[in-house]
Ligand binder design. Structure first.
Ligand code: LLP
Length: 415
């Protein structure tokens, strides 16, 4: 049984009918399948089992506490990019010793909180950050565990907005400067240089960019070792792509792991991986109801109750996500642009989709577990959607729909 499947014409999540969830909780509604999350995470665990490794789920993909909780129970680690994500992981019961902290702009307060919690490692992205972290650690009388994020200048062959491993991107320390940064870091008493890191982009569907990047990192590991700087782990980042439409294949995780391990060879390095999208992407859907069907000249629109504030990916990256009716009903088929109520022409969830639908029908937008709710906003003073987790035949509300009054509760009238 797959996480989302049809039974007698009705779309189900595990053993729960999606229509019953929309009925109970209203729309727009995010629905996640616990077993799909667990299965995807276990693909990494199985593929890497022959080597010491740590799977650090990239919290930014979907930071709902119930999702973090699901992963904590599997023994997962976490990749965070803010003090806020640190708090979430700790609130979900995550072990600090399994947290890595990425990001180009860590603030001093965030560094201090992470040091206090006792995280596994900071993925440092610049010389200035290295100095700042050393200062903060010294001021707190602790030693900060450090890995340098290298920008290997490798083309991830993905959307430019989610490509991070090219020289022109803001991320990481360039190959030419990294050796000097390592030497500096090794001399700072409040730093413990432990690893090397890279993350070259997101939604990667080919192995070559990974192989190229890891080979470059390994070459640096060897050069550092020759200088007496011994590293104990290599963090290969996340980015493993999923299949949004039939024409693109998801990355084969077993093959990906073989390729990484081949590049590492018999060096005694723990492997850290930071997958986000692959773990949760296919495990979530967004349910939305058709409000109106309308036509402007020969263009047909399905105006639905979800919008770009709920799901930004189509507007921001021209991302394509499958849209289908939750119930198979006898309707006339037409080509529709599926659009939301927000006042922007970029407010679309799908364009030119062949759909058999009527007003009030329920639609399901697939592959919405990653970078979907997490990137939602309150634009147009729209309350953010509710979230539900399905587990077998049960379902649990894991985030209540926002209350409109709360959206401006922190605002003030002038005196
Ligand atoms: N590690 C680091 C340092 C990252 O920056 C990211 C994602 C990940 C891990 C996880 O990458 P993943 O396995 O999820 O591809 N909003 C975009 C994706 C942005 C990814 C940002 N960084 C989207 O909706 O496609």
């Amino acid at each position: 049984m797959t996480a989302f499947h049809r039974q007698a014409g009705s779309l189900m999540s595990e053993q729960v009918a999606l229509s019953s969830l929309a009925e109970a909780h209203g729309t727009p509604l995010y629905v996640y399948s616990r077993s799909a999350i667990e299965q995807a995470w276990k693909e990494f665990a199985d593929a890497l089992q022959s080597r010491p490794h740590l799977i650090c789920y990239a919290v930014k993909a979907n930071s709902n506490l119930a999702i973090l909780d699901t992963l904590v129970r599997l023994g997962s680690g976490f990749d965070i990019v803010s003090g806020g994500e640190l708090k979430r992981v700790l609130a979900a019961g995550g072990q600090p010793g399994k947290i890595v902290f990425s990001g180009v702009g860590k603030g001093e307060g965030e560094m201090a909180a992470a040091l206090e919690a006792g995280i596994r490692c900071f993925n440092v992205e610049s010389d200035s950050e290295l100095s700042r972290l050393a200062e903060v650690a010294a001021a707190h009388g602790v030693i900060a565990p450090v890995s340098l994020r290298i920008n290997p200048d490798v083309d991830a062959r993905t959307h430019p907005y989610i490509s991070t491993g090219l020289k022109e991107n803001k991320f990481g320390i360039g190959m030419d400067d990294a050796m000097a940064s390592y030497r500096r870091g090794a001399e700072l008493a409040s730093l413990d240089i432990r690893g090397i890191d890279c993350h070259i982009g997101s939604q990667l569907t080919q192995l070559e960019p990974y192989a190229d990047a890891v080979r470059l990192l390994i070459d640096m590991v060897d050069r550092l070792s020759a200088e007496g700087i011994a590293l104990s782990h290599i963090d290969v980042g996340g980015g493993q792509g999923i299949s949004y439409q039939q024409s693109d294949e998801s990355l084969d995780i077993a093959g990906w792991a073989r390729c990484i391990m081949a590049a590492i060879g018999d060096r005694k390095l723990e492997i850290i991986v930071e997958p986000g999208r692959y773990v949760v992407g296919q495990a979530g859907v967004l349910l939305t109801r058709v409000e109106y069907l309308k036509s402007n000249a020969d263009r047909h629109f399905a105006v639905v109750d979800a919008a770009m504030n709920d799901l930004l990916r189509p507007a921001l990256y021209s991302a394509w996500q499958a849209i289908e009716p939750v119930e198979t009903l006898p309707r006339e088929a037409r080509m529709y642009d599926v659009v939301g109520p927000v006042c922007e022409s970029a407010d679309f969830l799908g364009k030119q989709r062949n759909l058999s639908i009527a007003e009030k029908d329920l639609l399901c937008i697939r592959s919405s577990g990653a970078y979907a709710f997490a990137m939602s906003s309150n634009y147009n003073t729209r309350a953010r959607a509710a979230e539900v987790m399905v587990d077998g035949g049960e379902s649990f509300l894991v985030r209540a729909r926002e209350d409109i009054d709360s959206l401006f509760a922190n605002e003030f009238l002038l005196p």
